[in-house]
Design a protein around this ligand. Structure first.
Ligand SMILES: O=P(O)(O)OC[C@H]1O[C@H](OP(=O)(O)OP(=O)(O)O)[C@H](O)[C@@H]1O
Ligand SMILES: O=c1cc[nH]c(=O)[nH]1
Ligand SMILES: [Mg+2]
Length: 218
Protein backbone atom coordinates (compact mmCIF):
# COMPACT_ATOMS: atom_id res chain seq x y z
CA UNK A 1 0.00 0.00 0.00
CA UNK A 2 1.22 3.51 -0.86
CA UNK A 3 0.59 5.88 2.05
CA UNK A 4 0.31 9.62 1.41
CA UNK A 5 0.11 11.55 4.69
CA UNK A 6 -0.63 15.05 3.41
CA UNK A 7 0.02 16.92 6.66
CA UNK A 8 3.72 16.01 6.50
CA UNK A 9 3.99 19.13 4.31
CA UNK A 10 2.61 22.42 5.62
CA UNK A 11 -0.35 23.77 3.65
CA UNK A 12 -3.80 25.31 4.16
CA UNK A 13 -4.91 21.75 4.97
CA UNK A 14 -3.45 22.27 8.47
CA UNK A 15 -5.98 25.06 9.14
CA UNK A 16 -8.88 22.76 8.27
CA UNK A 17 -7.46 19.94 10.45
CA UNK A 18 -7.16 22.44 13.34
CA UNK A 19 -10.81 23.43 12.95
CA UNK A 20 -12.20 19.88 12.90
CA UNK A 21 -10.14 18.92 15.96
CA UNK A 22 -10.44 21.97 18.20
CA UNK A 23 -13.39 21.96 20.63
CA UNK A 24 -13.80 25.73 20.27
CA UNK A 25 -14.68 25.31 16.56
CA UNK A 26 -15.69 21.70 15.86
CA UNK A 27 -19.18 21.96 17.44
CA UNK A 28 -20.34 24.31 14.69
CA UNK A 29 -21.85 21.47 12.64
CA UNK A 30 -22.13 23.37 9.38
CA UNK A 31 -18.49 24.42 9.61
CA UNK A 32 -17.43 20.87 10.58
CA UNK A 33 -19.19 19.38 7.53
CA UNK A 34 -17.77 22.06 5.25
CA UNK A 35 -14.24 21.54 6.59
CA UNK A 36 -14.50 17.79 6.00
CA UNK A 37 -15.78 18.58 2.49
CA UNK A 38 -12.85 20.96 1.89
CA UNK A 39 -10.42 18.27 3.03
CA UNK A 40 -12.14 15.89 0.56
CA UNK A 41 -11.39 18.40 -2.19
CA UNK A 42 -7.71 18.60 -1.22
CA UNK A 43 -7.36 14.79 -0.99
CA UNK A 44 -9.04 14.52 -4.41
CA UNK A 45 -6.72 17.03 -6.01
CA UNK A 46 -3.60 15.26 -4.73
CA UNK A 47 -4.96 11.82 -5.66
CA UNK A 48 -5.92 13.00 -9.16
CA UNK A 49 -2.23 13.34 -10.07
CA UNK A 50 -1.96 9.51 -10.08
CA UNK A 51 -4.97 8.88 -12.38
CA UNK A 52 -4.82 7.97 -16.07
CA UNK A 53 -5.07 10.80 -18.55
CA UNK A 54 -5.59 10.90 -22.31
CA UNK A 55 -5.04 13.60 -24.83
CA UNK A 56 -8.06 15.62 -26.02
CA UNK A 57 -8.58 18.68 -28.11
CA UNK A 58 -10.46 21.69 -26.72
CA UNK A 59 -11.89 24.15 -29.20
CA UNK A 60 -11.74 27.70 -27.88
CA UNK A 61 -13.46 30.65 -29.61
CA UNK A 62 -9.99 31.56 -30.95
CA UNK A 63 -8.44 28.22 -31.84
CA UNK A 64 -7.75 24.84 -30.29
CA UNK A 65 -5.69 23.47 -27.44
CA UNK A 66 -4.48 19.91 -26.85
CA UNK A 67 -4.52 18.84 -23.23
CA UNK A 68 -4.77 15.76 -21.02
CA UNK A 69 -8.07 14.80 -19.37
CA UNK A 70 -8.76 12.09 -16.80
CA UNK A 71 -9.77 8.86 -18.53
CA UNK A 72 -10.35 6.58 -15.51
CA UNK A 73 -13.94 5.48 -14.77
CA UNK A 74 -14.33 6.63 -11.18
CA UNK A 75 -16.71 5.28 -8.55
CA UNK A 76 -16.85 7.20 -5.25
CA UNK A 77 -18.05 5.01 -2.40
CA UNK A 78 -18.60 6.52 1.03
CA UNK A 79 -19.14 4.72 4.30
CA UNK A 80 -22.34 5.90 6.00
CA UNK A 81 -22.84 8.04 7.81
CA UNK A 82 -19.68 10.04 8.59
CA UNK A 83 -18.47 9.54 5.01
CA UNK A 84 -21.18 11.79 3.52
CA UNK A 85 -19.53 15.24 3.85
CA UNK A 86 -16.23 13.79 2.59
CA UNK A 87 -18.14 12.22 -0.32
CA UNK A 88 -19.53 15.67 -1.24
CA UNK A 89 -16.00 17.09 -1.32
CA UNK A 90 -14.72 14.32 -3.59
CA UNK A 91 -17.77 14.60 -5.87
CA UNK A 92 -17.14 18.36 -6.17
CA UNK A 93 -14.00 17.50 -8.14
CA UNK A 94 -15.05 14.37 -10.05
CA UNK A 95 -18.39 15.64 -11.35
CA UNK A 96 -19.16 12.71 -13.66
CA UNK A 97 -18.16 9.94 -11.23
CA UNK A 98 -20.53 7.11 -10.41
CA UNK A 99 -21.46 6.84 -6.74
CA UNK A 100 -21.85 4.06 -4.21
CA UNK A 101 -22.94 4.04 -0.58
CA UNK A 102 -22.31 1.39 2.03
CA UNK A 103 -23.24 1.33 5.71
CA UNK A 104 -20.96 0.23 8.55
CA UNK A 105 -21.66 0.73 12.21
CA UNK A 106 -20.22 -0.41 15.51
CA UNK A 107 -22.48 -2.91 17.26
CA UNK A 108 -21.42 -2.79 20.93
CA UNK A 109 -21.18 -6.13 22.73
CA UNK A 110 -20.28 -4.40 26.05
CA UNK A 111 -18.60 -1.14 27.16
CA UNK A 112 -15.36 -1.85 25.29
CA UNK A 113 -15.96 -4.50 22.64
CA UNK A 114 -17.79 -3.99 19.39
CA UNK A 115 -18.18 -5.65 16.03
CA UNK A 116 -18.69 -3.89 12.72
CA UNK A 117 -21.99 -4.54 10.97
CA UNK A 118 -22.18 -3.92 7.20
CA UNK A 119 -25.84 -3.91 6.16
CA UNK A 120 -26.56 -1.75 3.15
CA UNK A 121 -24.83 -1.49 -0.24
CA UNK A 122 -25.93 0.61 -3.21
CA UNK A 123 -23.22 0.36 -5.85
CA UNK A 124 -22.79 0.21 -9.61
CA UNK A 125 -20.64 -2.55 -11.18
CA UNK A 126 -17.02 -2.06 -10.07
CA UNK A 127 -15.17 -4.25 -12.60
CA UNK A 128 -12.24 -2.39 -14.19
CA UNK A 129 -13.11 0.91 -12.50
CA UNK A 130 -11.17 3.15 -10.12
CA UNK A 131 -12.75 2.90 -6.68
CA UNK A 132 -12.38 5.84 -4.28
CA UNK A 133 -13.33 4.50 -0.85
CA UNK A 134 -14.15 7.46 1.36
CA UNK A 135 -14.37 7.51 5.17
CA UNK A 136 -13.06 10.34 7.39
CA UNK A 137 -11.96 8.14 10.32
CA UNK A 138 -9.55 5.18 10.10
CA UNK A 139 -9.41 3.94 13.70
CA UNK A 140 -9.08 0.14 14.02
CA UNK A 141 -9.42 -0.14 10.22
CA UNK A 142 -12.15 -2.78 10.51
CA UNK A 143 -14.89 -0.69 8.86
CA UNK A 144 -12.76 -0.06 5.77
CA UNK A 145 -11.62 -3.69 5.54
CA UNK A 146 -15.16 -5.07 5.84
CA UNK A 147 -16.74 -2.53 3.50
CA UNK A 148 -14.14 -3.34 0.82
CA UNK A 149 -14.77 -7.06 1.24
CA UNK A 150 -18.53 -6.48 0.87
CA UNK A 151 -18.05 -4.23 -2.20
CA UNK A 152 -16.22 -7.03 -4.04
CA UNK A 153 -19.66 -8.67 -4.48
CA UNK A 154 -20.21 -5.85 -7.04
CA UNK A 155 -17.04 -6.57 -9.05
CA UNK A 156 -13.29 -6.12 -8.87
CA UNK A 157 -12.02 -2.56 -9.32
CA UNK A 158 -8.88 -1.89 -11.37
CA UNK A 159 -7.46 0.39 -8.65
CA UNK A 160 -8.44 1.35 -5.13
CA UNK A 161 -7.75 4.72 -3.50
CA UNK A 162 -8.77 5.19 0.13
CA UNK A 163 -9.46 8.83 1.09
CA UNK A 164 -9.53 9.54 4.80
CA UNK A 165 -9.04 12.45 7.19
CA UNK A 166 -7.66 11.18 10.51
CA UNK A 167 -6.10 7.76 11.00
CA UNK A 168 -4.44 5.88 13.84
CA UNK A 169 -1.16 4.02 13.29
CA UNK A 170 -2.83 0.73 14.27
CA UNK A 171 -5.64 1.14 11.72
CA UNK A 172 -3.25 2.13 8.93
CA UNK A 173 -1.16 -0.98 9.64
CA UNK A 174 -4.27 -3.17 9.86
CA UNK A 175 -5.65 -2.24 6.43
CA UNK A 176 -2.30 -2.80 4.67
CA UNK A 177 -3.09 -6.53 4.54
CA UNK A 178 -6.77 -6.14 3.58
CA UNK A 179 -6.38 -4.34 0.25
CA UNK A 180 -4.46 -5.10 -2.98
CA UNK A 181 -0.77 -4.11 -2.84
CA UNK A 182 -1.17 -1.26 -5.33
CA UNK A 183 -3.83 0.49 -3.20
CA UNK A 184 -3.16 4.13 -2.30
CA UNK A 185 -4.15 5.67 1.04
CA UNK A 186 -4.58 9.48 0.92
CA UNK A 187 -4.94 10.73 4.46
CA UNK A 188 -4.87 14.22 5.97
CA UNK A 189 -3.09 13.17 9.18
CA UNK A 190 -2.25 10.12 11.32
CA UNK A 191 -2.29 9.95 15.14
CA UNK A 192 -0.38 7.51 17.34
CA UNK A 193 -3.02 6.11 19.67
CA UNK A 194 -6.40 4.42 19.98
CA UNK A 195 -8.14 4.41 23.36
CA UNK A 196 -9.78 1.32 24.89
CA UNK A 197 -13.07 2.21 23.14
CA UNK A 198 -11.40 2.24 19.71
CA UNK A 199 -11.38 6.06 19.41
CA UNK A 200 -8.43 7.86 17.87
CA UNK A 201 -6.38 9.92 20.39
CA UNK A 202 -6.18 12.88 20.08
CA UNK A 203 -8.38 12.43 16.97
CA UNK A 204 -11.45 14.65 16.98
CA UNK A 205 -14.14 12.63 18.78
CA UNK A 206 -16.99 11.10 16.78
CA UNK A 207 -17.05 12.38 13.22
CA UNK A 208 -20.60 11.14 12.53
CA UNK A 209 -21.95 12.88 15.65
CA UNK A 210 -20.08 16.11 14.91
CA UNK A 211 -21.51 16.21 11.40
CA UNK A 212 -25.05 15.03 12.10
CA UNK A 213 -25.72 14.87 15.87
CA UNK A 214 -25.69 12.01 18.34
CA UNK A 215 -27.36 8.69 17.60
CA UNK A 216 -28.72 6.00 19.88
CA UNK A 217 -26.07 3.39 20.64
CA UNK A 218 -26.31 0.23 18.51
O1 LIG B 1 -11.69 2.06 11.81
P1 LIG B 1 -12.89 1.73 12.64
O2 LIG B 1 -12.50 1.29 14.03
O3 LIG B 1 -13.77 0.72 11.98
O4 LIG B 1 -13.68 3.06 12.89
C1 LIG B 1 -13.92 3.95 11.87
C2 LIG B 1 -15.39 4.05 11.60
O5 LIG B 1 -16.03 4.76 12.67
C3 LIG B 1 -16.80 5.81 12.13
O6 LIG B 1 -18.09 5.40 11.87
P2 LIG B 1 -19.09 5.06 13.07
O7 LIG B 1 -19.05 3.58 13.36
O8 LIG B 1 -18.85 5.99 14.20
O9 LIG B 1 -20.50 5.31 12.41
P3 LIG B 1 -21.21 6.70 12.05
O10 LIG B 1 -20.62 7.15 10.77
O11 LIG B 1 -22.64 6.34 11.94
O12 LIG B 1 -20.96 7.66 13.19
C4 LIG B 1 -16.05 6.18 10.89
O13 LIG B 1 -16.77 6.96 10.00
C5 LIG B 1 -15.62 4.86 10.35
O14 LIG B 1 -16.58 4.28 9.48
O1 LIG C 1 -12.03 8.24 16.74
C1 LIG C 1 -12.98 7.77 16.12
C2 LIG C 1 -13.11 6.41 15.84
C3 LIG C 1 -14.18 5.97 15.14
N1 LIG C 1 -15.10 6.85 14.72
C4 LIG C 1 -15.00 8.17 14.95
O2 LIG C 1 -15.85 8.96 14.54
N2 LIG C 1 -13.94 8.61 15.66
MG1 LIG D 1 -19.70 7.56 14.62
Amino acid sequence: MYIHNLSLDNSVLNNFIFEIRDISVQNDKMRFRRNIERIGEILSYEMSKTLLFNSVNAKTPLGSSTLNKISDDIVICSVLRAGLPLHNGVLNYFDSAENAFISAYRHHLNDKDFEIVVEYIASPKLDGKTLLLVDPMLATGKSLALTYEALLSHGTPKNVHILSVIGADAGVNYIKNCFPENTHLWIATVDKKLNDKGYIVPGLGDAGDLAYGTKLRN
